[in-house]
Each structure stands twice: as C-alpha cells, then as structure tokens.
Design a protein. Structure first.
Length: 205
C-alpha cells in the first residue's frame, strides 16, 4: 500500500514515530505532528520530557505489579485498604477501571496478561508465582478473580482456582453483569461496580 512521503524528513520521522503508537494511523499521526508544529517550543519540550520521565521513572509495584512512581504503589501502601482481599486482574487498565467505580477497597494483583496458547502465553509468562507468594503470607482471606469473560479469561480463572483452592481461601468471581466476551476496561463503571459488589463463589465447570 502506498504511504505518503513528506517534503520534510523531520516531519516524516515524527509521523513514523506517532504511527507506531496503538490506535494511531498515518493520518492521525500527521495531525498530531502538525499540531505540535503550531505550538510553542516549550509545550513540545514539556511533552517530550513527560514521555522521557514516564519511561525512565515509572516502575511496577513490588507487591501487586501495578504501575507506580515508587517501589510500592499508593494502593498497597494505603493502611486503610482491606488487606484481606486480593482482586486479580489482567492488566493495569483493569485496576484503573475498578478504582473508578469507588466500590472496591481491597488490594490488587496484576497478572500481566491471561493464558492464551494461540499467542504463546502460558502460566509461566504471568505473575502467578508472586500471587501465590502473597497468598502464602496468610494475610488474604479472599481472592477475587476479576478477569475478562473471554475464553482465555475463563481458562486463566480455572488455572488459578486449581492453584489457589488447596490453600482454603475463599475464591470468588465478579457477577455476570459483565457479559461473556467482555473486557473490564470497556465495561461501564456502574455495571462493573455492581459486578464486584455482587461477586459470587467461583464454580469451575
């Protein structure tokens, strides 16, 4: 497919860079580049600095694997959070979605994905062992499996159930307000909040 080349190599370089971002095509990339050209030099430098600091300074929480500005994220370090409940999610976007509901006060654990043989992702590629280590400390009394209700999500839930069940912990899953095939980040806050509040015991099929 023909891709336009621009009279400025620097403009082309910027468009190529923006085009590599998720959801940004060549046309959108060109609009962004031209927008930045119209702005003051200070604004462009601030943007570049913000991106550089994001990549350089943001880390993953040593406890839950959520992104954080410090070794332990604000959720894990908050003494007011319910340390007896761990909500297991696929990615950091799911944590943000659940936090926006304002209806969950426990802790999280980010797996970093879900089991997907088609994509070559197995249990060893996910943060499952760190989860088992947290469970082994004996602080948690309940683990909520809040994964996407896709086939891969269901497979991951079943695998985690088999791993966690011998510990005797209460294992629950979000209520079916989130339809099969849905991803948490695309579920509205009201539905997601109710699904967490009305969670049910996980029953492997």
């Amino acid at each position: 497919m023909f891709e336009p080349r621009y009279v400025s190599d620097l403009l082309q370089k910027a468009v190529d860079a923006f085009s590599r971002l998720p959801g940004i095509g060549p046309k959108s990339a060109l609009r962004i580049a031209l927008y930045l050209l119209k702005q003051g030099e200070e604004e462009a430098e601030n943007l570049a600095q913000s991106i550089a600091e994001l990549r350089r300074k943001v880390v993953y929480c040593s406890e839950c694997r959520m992104i954080s500005d410090s070794p332990v994220c604000p959720v894990c370090s908050n003494p007011k959070r319910d340390r007896g409940t761990i909500c297991v999610v696929e990615n950091v976007r799911d944590v943000m979605s659940i936090e926006r509901t304002g209806r969950y006060t426990g802790l999280y654990h980010v797996l970093g994905g879900i089991i997907s043989p088609v994509d070559g992702i197995g249990p060893a590629d996910l943060a499952i062992e760190p989860l088992m280590e947290r469970i082994g400390r004996g602080e948690a009394g309940e683990v909520i499996l809040a994964l996407s209700t896709t086939m891969e999500g269901e497979t991951t839930c079943f695998y985690l159930y088999k791993k966690i069940n011998p510990s005797g912990l209460k294992i629950t899953t979000i209520a079916r307000g989130v339809g099969f095939g849905d991803q948490l980040e695309y579920t509205d806050e009201l539905t997601l909040g109710r699904s967490i509040e009305n969670r049910q015991p996980f029953k492997p099929e």
